[in-house]
Design a protein around this ligand. Structure first.
Ligand code: PEP
Length: 266
């Protein structure tokens, strides 16, 4: 299968903070949360780019609340097919219909619970890109894999699956979020050193595959980011932003994290 490459809009050289609401929220709560987000986050643009990924049914609500604002929205998953008899699946075209510009692919909560293979994730990544969505690829290792010292091999395989199938150029104008599985939802974030070491590995892997693609690739960190650790992580030049789960459901905490991404002048 070969895909024509459609370049999504170039990602500005800002830090990116993504709210992954997972399967949380309702119409009323979303409205209150977005009201708080929008009031506080507008002054942070363009230095901080905020993307909110609600559950599918709320994409229309996000579209009506965020259209014309500094906040963009996206989905938490996408089908690997465009149209057809795929009960329960949502096509990239449908996401575009609701103004989504981004989509998370390969989140470990999906790959673990719904047995998504690296190959499956690679297909979703490319199909999303082909349709003009910016894919946010989640990669990361389990605690056992880290303890065994094979975390780079695991993340390398996740990246190589895409590189071998579609070439390193597939990563141009996309986002990778390094999300150690042991850090997601556990309160135990990776240290800055651990995150930076993996970011450098991801950078080198993509650069070796395609030295142009690396220029427009953003590499984020995700896993128990909170207001206490955000500044250290987000001010590091190797970390282009954060993917935030639990703390994105608390307006105050999320806003604090976004503020930590504003470049500080020394
Ligand atoms: C996530 O959902 O990808 C995530 C990082 O969650 P949390 O911030 O709760 O660890």
């Amino acid at each position: 299968m070969s895909f024509p490459l459609v370049s999504p809009p170039h990602l500005a050289s800002t830090k990116i903070v993504i709210a992954n609401w997972k399967m949380h929220g309702d119409l009323q709560r979303n409205q209150a949360l977005m009201h708080a987000y929008l009031q506080a986050l507008s002054p942070l643009a363009p230095e901080v780019k905020v993307i909110v990924c609600p559950p599918y049914p709320y994409l229309a609500q996000l579209q009506s609340l965020c259209q014309g604002s500094v906040v963009s929205w996206g989905a938490q998953n996408v089908a690997k097919n465009v149209i057809g008899a795929y009960t329960g699946e949502v096509s990239p075209r449908m996401l575009i219909d609701f103004g989504a510009q981004y989509v998370i692919v390969g989140h470990s909560e999906r790959s673990t619970a719904y047995c998504e293979s690296d190959e499956n994730i690679a297909e979703k990544f490319m199909l999303a890109k082909q349709h003009g969505l910016t894919p946010i690829l989640c990669v990361g290792e389990t605690l056992l894999e880290r303890e065994a010292g094979v975390m780079e091999r695991v993340v390398g395989k996740q990246l190589e699956t895409i590189i071998q199938r579609f070439g390193g150029c597939a990563f141009a104008n996309t986002i990778i979020s390094y999300e150690p599985i042991w850090a997601i939802g556990t309160g135990l974030a990776a240290s800055v050193d651990q995150a930076v070491a993996m970011h450098q590995f991801i950078h080198e892997t993509v650069k070796t595959a395609d030295s142009d693609a690396i220029q427009t690739l953003k590499i984020l960190y995700g896993g128990s980011v909170n207001p206490q650790n955000a500044l250290q992580l987000l001010q590091h030049p190797e970390i282009d932003g954060a993917l935030v789960g639990r703390c994105a459901l608390d307006a105050e905490a999320f806003i604090e994290i976004c503020k930590s991404a504003v470049p500080t002048t020394v």
